[in-house]
Design a protein around this ligand. Sequence first.
Ligand SMILES: C[S@@+](CC[C@H](N)C(=O)[O-])C[C@H]1O[C@@H](n2cnc3c(N)ncnc32)[C@H](O)[C@@H]1O
Length: 232
Amino acid sequence: MQNEQSLEMFVGAPPEWALHRPKPTLQSIYDFIGAPLRMVVLPDHVSERWHLTSLRAERLGVVLKAIEGKCLDVGAGDNMLVKLHRENSRDTCQSDKAMASEGVDVVDWGGGCTIVPGCTSLPYEDGTFDTVTFIACLNHIPERRQALAEALRVLRPGGLLIITMIGYIIGTVGHAIWWYSEDKHRDIADGEVMGMRPSDVDSLIENAGFVDIDVTKFVYGLNRMWLARRPV
Ligand SMILES: C[S@@+](CC[C@H](N)C(=O)[O-])C[C@H]1O[C@@H](n2cnc3c(N)ncnc32)[C@H](O)[C@@H]1O
């Protein structure tokens, strides 16, 4: 059943300027001055209205540059990553693969995701995707170890895993403050946490069997993006 809060929660695409990377210097300065607003007080769409780069645009900006080919976005929310990936790949040789990308979630936020009961058994053949993403959601997936094993299965050999995750302390403090956060609008499952220690994410990725693990920090080092590969 579609979540009735979806229109409030996820409100259209971020403006194009918010996704440009690297950011223009003036935008970086303005974002720094406005950091308390965009990182604590304001919902994403309000930050964007004030020309501040929202937290969702921060993660979308770095992830969109990294995605390859046909992507499965797990915990996809409003499916915005998949929609923007399709749009960005229009008129490129990746267009067909990008168009075949899809999102899955356990909650229907109204963006056209495939709704699944959980992420331990996804409805896809082995080796279906070039990229599997977990953007700001691995902490919300109680069965995260099995979800990464499932990601490995549905990735083609050599395929790319992308995870973004904030740290445990900033996540716990943040989720206490972010009055607009999606988790305020649904039931919280046992085993969900509000952020994760980087070393725990490293271990999960390694133990699931991924290789070539690489980590990039963004948003002043408060957020991280992991890239890793399914072995060939
Ligand atoms: C913070 S939102 C991130 C949404 C989106 N990935 C983004 O970057 O905007 C966390 C998402 O995880 C989803 N989620 C919660 N529990 C989940 C589970 N067990 N399996 C998959 N997704 C889950 C929520 O419904 C929500 O869409």
